[in-house]
Design a protein around this ligand. Structure first.
Ligand code: NAG
Ligand code: NAG
Ligand code: NAG
Length: 408
């Protein structure tokens, strides 16, 4: 008996990876749930400078659209998900799509919706999968950047007034004036606008289009440095990432909490929660969790937050960053915790970062929704009274008679 079990034990020990009752266990931990946030794949530029010879018609589908390269990148990431979460890996996803296992949410742009589709086409080939979305101006979860957050504006102002920013602005003034003139922008550009010239150049380079002669390697390098500095400013300090991704962290933690309760009740939790979004969302999430490398997230870069349960029934969180398809995902360790951070510690360490919608409004220094709705109700009630008074007045001033016009 023992002899017959020996090869199995060897496999267990050597492989460290076994499939037990459809659920893979790695180093005594089984995967409960994963939340993944990815950036769309390679795209055409979202705009370009007026003097560019490659205007919108140079791109098969115009500006801001996912390219064939971008589709490939998401096919690749989708394959990675299938290997990791399907039966070859942790085995948490069924062979056929199940709506109570997989949930997908995307921002409302063609390139993120299509990236999600390309991705899911490899996770579940030939199966249509629902993708949920919310219009940009109404999406605090993935598009907080497009909503009013006074505290964010205030923090940005502080950084614009910092000594190093002023110095950088001064040092780059001449250069940016040169860029503006050559590119034909027709309005001054500061450091925070450098990306508007850099990004179309980056896209054109990726698609083998020629640059104008004034874009020498040095000019491009300088633009790239300024763009990187600008995006570093966007997430400088602890607070900005929290304002822009705190709601998402809250949702991830809330879904992990539900999953634990379900496991304890022997119910099946959601297995994979997918968020398809943009580079700034990736930066914001990593910055909020204090694991940001300050590098601009490449196309199809993906932050993976996984919840595990060990043999003693303890839950822990591991964060991975897949920013390079030719490299294993990097482990991101939350400062003050281990690679597998006990769930309760994870929540405690991120206490300030986990923002419910109410807390988010407070952190942004917006009036709480209750005041706001109170105020709006007040305005509404006052308008009704005013209308009633006006109507009454006009009625009283009307000459008598004119008959019954009700039934026509
Ligand atoms: C650009 O050129 C390189 C080298 O010739 C080639 O490998 C690559 O596929 C081209 N890219 C596109 C988008 O055509
Ligand atoms: C995840 O959590 C959010 C916030 O509590 C909730 O609205 C959402 O329905 C949950 N998603 C899933 C798939 O359970
Ligand atoms: C990916 O992230 C790791 C960890 O932060 C970093 O060391 C590496 O340079 C990044 N690679 C790319 C291509 O951004």
């Amino acid at each position: 008996m023992v002899a017959r079990l020996a090869p199995l034990v060897a496999v267990l020990v050597l492989g460290g990876f076994v499939v037990a009752a459809g659920q893979s266990v790695k180093d005594g931990r089984s995967l409960v749930q994963a939340s993944v946030l990815f950036r769309h794949g390679d795209r055409s530029p979202t705009e370009t400078f007026p003097n560019d010879v490659h205007q919108e018609d140079a791109w098969p589908q115009g500006f801001g659209f996912l390219s064939d390269i971008g589709i490939q990148q998401h096919h690749n990431l989708g394959e990675f998900f299938r290997k990791r979460y399907g039966k070859e890996g942790f085995g948490v996803l069924s062979e056929e799509f199940r709506r109570d296992e997989l949930y997908v949410r995307s921002t409302d742009t063609d390139r993120t919706l299509m990236s999600a589709e390309a991705n899911l086409d490899r996770l579940y080939p030939d199966q249509p999968i629902p993708i949920h979305t919310v219009r940009t101006g109404l999406d605090p979860l993935l598009r907080a950047f497009f909503l009013n957050c006074p505290r964010w504006t205030e923090l940005m102002e502080e950084d614009f007034n910092s000594d190093d920013f002023k110095q950088k602005e001064k040092d780059s003034k001449e250069f940016m004036a040169f860029v503006v003139k050559k590119a034909g922008w027709g309005e001054p550009h500061g450091i925070m606008d450098a990306w508007r010239t850099q990004d179309p150049l980056l896209c054109e380079d990726a698609h083998n289009m020629t640059w104008p002669a004034w874009v020498t390697p040095d000019v491009y390098k300088r633009l790239t440095e300024l763009t990187a500095y600008g995006s570093e400013i966007n997430f400088r300090g602890d607070e900005k990432g929290r304002l822009m991704a705190g709601l998402l962290v809250n949702q991830i933690v809330s879904n992990m909490t539900t999953a634990q309760q379900e496991i304890q009740k022997n119910e099946k939790p959601y297995r994979l929660l997918v968020y398809s979004a943009h580079d700034i969302d990736i930066s914001a999430l990593m910055s909020a969790l204090n694991v940001y490398n300050n590098l601009s997230p490449p196309y199809a870069a993906c932050v993976i937050v996984e919840l595990y349960r060990d043999t003693r029934g303890q839950f822990s969180v591991q964060i991975l960053y897949r920013n390079d398809s030719s490299h294993e995902p990097y482990v991101l360790t939350v400062p003050g915790c281990d690679e597998f951070c006990p769930f309760d510690d994870f929540v405690e360490l991120n206490d300030e970062v986990i923002l419910s919608p109410d807390k988010w409004r407070r952190a942004c220094e917006l009036p709480p929704i209750t005041w706001l709705s109170g105020f709006l109700y007040g305005v509404f009630a006052a308008s009704i009274v005013l209308l009633a008074v006006l109507y009454l007045m006009s009625y009283l001033r009307q000459p008598a008679s004119s008959g019954d016009k009700k039934s026509q």
